[in-house]
Design a protein around this ligand. Structure first.
Ligand code: ADP
Ligand code: F6P
Length: 479
């Protein structure tokens, strides 16, 4: 077995095994922010990625992607239901997102979650060199740090939570809360998106397992577990480079033309997830149309909603409700050849997304709760000409950084409506100032800065961070 000095463990591999229309296997970039973010920093770094490639049944061996080795994990149908769809996405996901949907506590799922976590820990133990650093990602794998430490005490173990980590009032509802917390405390460094999450974690550690210490360093069983906020980001240079390509610029122009040259174009891009606030957004837009404050002849909305977790009950119900609502709004306010909303329930490739970001007058990112939201950062990176407005939920992690966005409370429909109008009517000079400030922030705090900050904290000698690829220069980024 080939071993690596850096091992990433995440639920998904950066590629997804999809069946092509003719039944053949087709590899695609995995949906969601995590895979894209990590893939960018591993480009050129020798490492192994342990993760699931989608689907059920035995895992097929996969070729390396450059310097990155892939260690695919299989899931059986029962594991998929109990671990991924069940405990991870029907219990933890809703609970960690403010319980905007009711979390399901099914006792049968726990054992599967624990045993799948153990298999991931065993795989990591197998591919990690003596003294290697193992970086475990997200809520699917909360038990892995402790399980891995028991198997391989020689390793440096990091854990990063991409989603919100809830306040004690919510976390305390979890059956198995002590096991989940102890699982994370097996790491040397536990990273979160926001300071508040690290604070919640320290409070829970004191309350549930009698740990001592402060937010930055928790003392348990004679070991120090460091914690901190490391807001994840995007490959800004890559997005700028992509946005400057003639194909993307022309496509953006074409989109503007097709959508109606003189119209205000509102764009949203989300996984089809109930945490993203799509229904609230549609209600606000529909009320603006009803009140006559927005007219179909001069405004149009594009909602891209990529299918996600489609076998989980809450997601199926959501898709039905959204499709009904889009149909109702178009039926009531659209005109022949002129819908109020273009709704696209399909994956987009990166260049098409970049063109859509460029075609927007207003990017509407209004999750009810989100660990970070990388779409907001991608939009800013794509707007090198300092035009366009970003409407951003206060409940997205990105709001702590993008202070110059038009921030909004998406639970407050009146606030949402007024903020959309303010963003549509803003002066170009105001928009340019805001966009330049936001772009300066993300350029400084890109995905490379994130990885460097996290890995420098994990390995205080700095040798791990030194192995990462250098950030591309802005000149290269301009292409
Ligand atoms: P999450 O991790 O919850 O999905 P983020 O906003 O952080 O949310 O990340 C979403 C990622 O998925 C972004 O990188 C975005 O570009 C990508 N994405 C969103 N919608 C689509 C789509 N229709 N097709 C392809 N990629 C998408
Ligand atoms: O952190 C959010 C997350 O669960 C990531 O792990 C992943 O990038 C994204 O959502 C997509 O979810 P899934 O892997 O369930 O399709």
């Amino acid at each position: 077995m080939r071993q690596s000095s850096l091992v990433v463990v995440a639920n998904r591999l950066p590629l997804d095994d999809n069946a092509a229309p003719d039944g053949a296997c087709e590899w695609r970039r995995s949906p969601g922010g995590l895979a894209g973010a990590l893939h960018a920093i591993l480009d050129g770094t020798p490492a192994t990625w342990v993760g699931w490639g989608g689907g059920v049944g035995p895992a097929r061996p996969l070729p390396d992607i450059g310097t990155l080795r892939l260690r695919p994990m299989s899931l059986t149908e029962e594991e998929l239901r109990g671990y991924y769809e069940g405990f991870a996405n029907s219990t933890l996901w809703p609970l960690y997102h403010d319980a905007v949907e009711q979390p399901v506590f099914d006792r049968g799922w726990w054992e599967t979650y624990r045993s799948v976590n153990r298999r991931f820990a065993e795989a990591a133990a197998e591919v990690a060199e003596p003294g290697a650093a193992v970086w475990i990602q997200d809520y699917h794998l909360q038990l892995v740090p402790q399980q891995l430490r028991e198997m391989r005490p020689d390793l440096l173990i990091g854990f990063f939570m991409h989603v919100p980590f809830p306040p004690p009032e919510l976390f305390m509802q979890l059956p198995r809360r002590v096991d989940l917390l102890r699982g994370m405390l097996g790491a040397d460094l536990v990273g979160f998106q926001r300071e508040q999450a690290a604070h919640n974690f320290a409070q829970l550690a004191a309350k549930l397992v009698n740990a001592r210490g402060a937010d930055e360093a928790i003392l348990l069983d004679g070991r120090v577990v460091r914690t901190g906020a490391f807001p994840v980001s995007i490959d800004v240079a890559e997005m700028q480079q992509l946005s400057a390509r003639p194909y993307v610029v022309n496509l953006a122009r074409q989109l503007r033309h097709d959508l109606g040259r003189h119209k205000k174009v509102l764009v949203s891009v989300d996984r089809l997830d109930y945490t993203k606030g799509i229904e609230h957004r549609l209600t606000a837009y529909s009320e603006l149309l009803r009140d006559g404050r927005v007219k179909v002849r001069d405004t149009v909305m594009v909602q891209v909603a990529v299918p996600s977790r489609e076998r989980v009950e809450n997601y199926r119900g959501l898709r039905d409700r959204i499709e009904r609502e889009v149909g109702r709004i178009n039926g009531e306010y659209g005109r022949v050849g002129e819908p109020a909303i273009h709704y696209l329930n399909q994956p987009f490739d990166r260049a098409d997304l970049a063109a859509l970001y460029q075609a927007a007058d207003v990017m509407v990112v209004t999750p009810l709760r989100d660990g970070m939201n990388l779409v907001a950062k991608e939009f800013v990176a794509a707007r090198a000409d300092d035009t366009g407005a970003l409407v951003l939920s206060e409940f997205a992690g990105a709001a702590a950084e993008l202070e110059d966005a038009f921030q909004v409370n998406p639970h407050d429909l009146d606030d949402l409506k007024e903020t959309l109008l303010r963003a549509m009517d803003a002066e170009p000079a105001d928009l340019a100032r805001r966009m330049a400030a936001m772009r300066a922030h993300i350029t400084e705090n890109d995905i490379h800065a994130w990885a460097r900050a996290y890995l420098t904290s994990l390995d205080l000698t700095g040798s791990l961070a030194q192995r990462l690829p250098r950030r591309r220069s802005p000149a290269a980024a301009r292409g």
